[in-house]
Write a protein that binds this ligand. Structure first.
Ligand code: 13P
Ligand code: SF4
Length: 307
């Protein structure tokens, strides 16, 4: 049959046959989170991709995350079930633009967010995720730092480290966090739950971050729920994280800051497309080795710094 249960059963069979693992981001559909071998934020997914014991990795995530998995696993088959699942934020980090900023700020290290593509990463000095950005930038000797491509995360890092963090470009944003988790929506949910513990992603605009009780990556928010007592926890990021949070803490009351904050790209990955991928071993992600090698070096060095 073609019902969801039949699809999930076929996925389980093919996973064994192909010696495949499914790695899923925290924003994936509930049914994908539930069938995945591992679910996490982008830092955890990168770390997991380094140690996976399998022949095939299916990345249930957006394309730059599949690209990172391929870079870390040149000898494995890395599948991305729908290459149209892109990240509009990653498009802001264009090589030409990075070059211009480097010329304008000689001597300033270029820190690039993992939400970017391999050619841009290969040109950077450090690679960070939302979970590691503050820690890594805090360790750098320089006071002026170029940070691409999310201006809100750049601002969060500047406020947390006191450094002169230059956003590259000035207007790089994630549409989900910039527009669907903006001040208006978050104020509204704050008023609805005045005693709620508000957690937001650093990709949200400054007024939202200033309203929040905690700013962190998706998995950092999950850990925080276990550390803090509250009547209700408000999750200020893409709504997919709410499923994961409720699974981990079935006895706590957890609500999304905006149930309409959906990353359409994350949701382009469906169980049916995962099944097709496992059947055909396509679409495969391949990164040219000279670029992959360079990114691997930068990424491994950067991850070591935040261990
Ligand atoms: P995390 O690394 O916090 O999971 O963030 C990834 C992302 O795409 C945020 O929108
Ligand atoms: Fe990219 Fe935003 Fe979607 Fe995250 S939520 S994958 S930053 S578009």
């Amino acid at each position: 049959g073609n019902g969801l249960e039949a699809i999930l059963e076929r996925i389980r069979e093919l996973k064994e046959k192909r010696r495949a693992v499914i790695l899923a981001h925290n924003y994936q559909l509930p049914e994908i989170q539930d069938i995945a071998d591992f679910v996490g934020d982008s830092l955890e997914l990168a770390r997991k991709a380094m140690e996976v014991d399998a022949d095939v990795i299916v990345m249930a995530a957006v394309n730059f995350m599949a690209e990172v998995a391929a870079i870390l696993n040149p000898d494995k088959i890395v599948l991305h079930p729908d290459p149209r699942a892109t990240c509009p934020l990653a498009n802001h980090a264009r090589l030409e633009l990075l070059r211009r900023y480097r010329e304008k700020y000689p001597g300033a290290p270029l820190v690039i967010y993992i939400n970017s593509y391999a050619v841009a990463k290969a040109y950077a000095d450090y690679i960070v995720t939302s979970a590691s950005a503050v820690k890594l930038v805090g360790k750098l000797g320089e006071d002026t730092i170029l940070f691409a491509p999310d201006r809100n995360l750049a601002d969060h890092v500047a406020m947390a480290t006191g450094k002169n963090v230059v956003a590259v470009p000035a207007g790089g944003i994630c549409p989900v966090h910039e527009f669907l988790l903006d001040e208006y929506y978050v104020r509204k949910v704050r008023e609805q739950y005045p005693r709620g513990y508000l957690m937001v992603h650093p990709e949200t605009p400054r007024p939202v971050r200033l309203m929040a009780d905690y700013v962190g990556s998706t998995s950092q928010m999950l850990r925080r729920i276990g550390e803090v007592e509250a009547e209700v926890y408000i999750i200020g990021t893409e709504e997919g994280l709410v499923h994961r949070a409720r699974r981990l803490y079935p006895d706590k009351k957890i609500v999304p800051a905006n149930p309409r904050a959906v990353c359409i790209n994350m949701k382009k990955i469906t169980p049916l497309k995962i099944l097709y991928s496992l059947e055909t071993l396509k679409p495969r992600v391949v990164v040219p080795e000279p670029i992959a090698r360079r990114v691997r070096e930068i990424l491994e060095r950067s991850l070591e710094m935040v261990r």
